[in-house]
Design a binder for this molecule. Structure first.
Ligand code: NAD
Length: 291
C-alpha cells in the first residue's frame, strides 16, 4: 500500500513533483501559502489542506519543497506541525537547504522518533515534469531504502551519505553551475564582439572541453532564444552559492573563486528585478562587462 504523502511547497518544482506522485497513485495532500499553487494540485488529482500541519496529519511521508532552510525550519518549528508528525513518519526535505541546518533538524526530529532525510534535486522544472531529476540523498540507509519507490517516481536517486550529504553536494553543484554560467557569459560576449555567432560558439564548446550544463542546456534553451524562463530564480541560485561558500568557511576552507562568484551574482541580484530567472545573469553580464 502506498503511504499517504503530505507535500509542502507547491511552487515551480513542488507543483510538477506533487502532480507526478498523485498520478502514480499516492494519496497526496498538499499545502502552499499561495492559493494558486494549491489549485494546481487539486487539478492534478491531489487534495489540499489549509495549513502545513493539516497536510501532515496522518501522513506517512512529509515532503518539503520550500525556498530555503529558513522556511523549512519555520515550518517544522510550528507546534501544530510537530504535533502532527506521528512517530515513524519520514520527512524528506527536497528543497536545496543548508546541510548544517539539516543535520540539526534531523537530531531534533529523531527525539520525536521522526526520521529526516535530505533529497534535493537537479534537473529543473523539465526534469520535475518528466520524472528525470537527479536526486541527491542523505540519511540513514534504512530510511533511504524505504523512500526509494517514491523517489523513483521523481527521478534517479543516489544515496550520497548520512543526513545533510545530499544538501551539501547540491549546494556545491550549484556553486559550480553558477560559476560556469557567468564564465560562459563572459566568454560568449567576448567572442560575439569579435564577430562570432553565439550559437556556433556554443555548439563548438559543447564538443570541447569547456562544455557544461550552461553550454548544453542553459544557453541553447533559455539564453540564446532570450526567453530566460528556466523556472529557477536568480535569488534561489545565489542562496545555494552562499550555502556552499558558507559551508567551506565553516569547515575552515576558503573558496576564493567561489566567493568572487558570489560577489558578482550579488551585484546581479541587486540590479535585476526580484523575480529574475537565474539565466538572466547573462543579460546582467552583457551590461556589466561592457568596458
Ligand atoms: P518556488 O519559489 O517556485 O516555490 C516555493 C514555494 O514555497 C512557493 O510556492 C511558496 O509559496 C511556497 N512557500 C514559501 N513559504 C512557505 C510556507 N511557509 N509554507 C508553505 N509554502 C511556502 O521555488 P522552486 O523553484 O519550486 O524551488 C523550491 C526549492 O527547490 C528551492 O530550495 C530551490 O532552490 C530548489 N530547486 C529549484 C529548482 C528549479 O529549477 N526551480 C531546481 C532544483 C532545486
Amino acid at each position: 500500500d502506498l503511504p499517504a504523502v503530505a507535500f509542502i511547497g507547491l511552487g515551480n518544482m513542488g507543483s510538477p513533483m506533487s502532480a507526478r506522485l498523485a498520478a502514480a497513485g499516492y494519496p497526496v495532500t498538499g499545502f502552499d501559502l499561495d492559493p494558486a499553487a494549491r489549485d494546481r494540485l487539486t487539478e492534478a488529482g491531489g487534495t489540499t489542506a489549509g495549513s502545513a500541519a493539516e497536510a501532515a496529519r496522518g501522513a506517512g511521508v512529509v515532503i518539503l519543497m520550500l525556498p530555503s532552510s529558513a522556511v523549512v525550519e519555520a515550518v517544522l518549528a510550528e507546534p501544530a506541525v510537530t504535533a502532527a508528525l506521528a512517530p515513524g513518519t519520514t520527512v524528506i526535505d527536497m528543497s536545496s537547504s543548508d546541510p548544517l541546518s539539516t543535520r540539526k533538524l534531523a537530531g531534533e526530529l529523531a527525539a520525536a522518533s521522526v526520521t529526516l532525510i535530505d533529497a534535493p534535486v537537479s534537473g529543473g522544472v523539465k526534469g520535475a515534469e518528466n520524472g528525470t531529476l537527479t536526486i541527491m540523498v542523505g540519511g540513514e540507509e534504512a530510511a533511504v531504502e524505504r523512500a526509494r519507490p517514491l523517489l523513483a517516481q521523481l527521478g534517479s536517486a543516489r544515496r550520497a551519505g548520512n543526513v545533510g550529504s545530499g544538501h551539501a553536494i547540491k549546494a556545491i553543484n550549484n556553486l559550480l553551475s553558477a560559476t560556469h554560467l557567468l564564465a560562459t557569459a563572459e566568454g560568449i560576449l567576448a567572442g560575439e564582439r569579435f564577430g562570432l555567432d553565439p550559437a556556433v560558439m556554443v555548439e563548438l564548446i559543447n564538443t570541447s572541453s569547456g562544455r557544461s550544463g550552461s553550454t548544453d542546456n542553459k544557453y541553447p534553451n533559455f539564453i540564446l532564444p532570450e526567453t530566460f524562463d528556466s523556472g529557477f530564480g536568480l535569488r534561489l541560485m545565489l542562496k545555494d552559492m552562499k550555502i556552499a561558500t558558507g559551508l567551506a568557511r565553516q569547515l575552515g576552507l576558503s573558496s576564493r573563486l567561489g566567493e568572487q562568484a558570489v560577489a558578482l551574482w550579488e551585484h546581479a541580484a541587486e540590479a535585476l528585478p526580484p523575480a529574475a530567472d537565474h539565466t538572466e545573469i547573462a543579460r546582467w553580464a552583457a551590461a556589466a562587462t561592457r568596458a
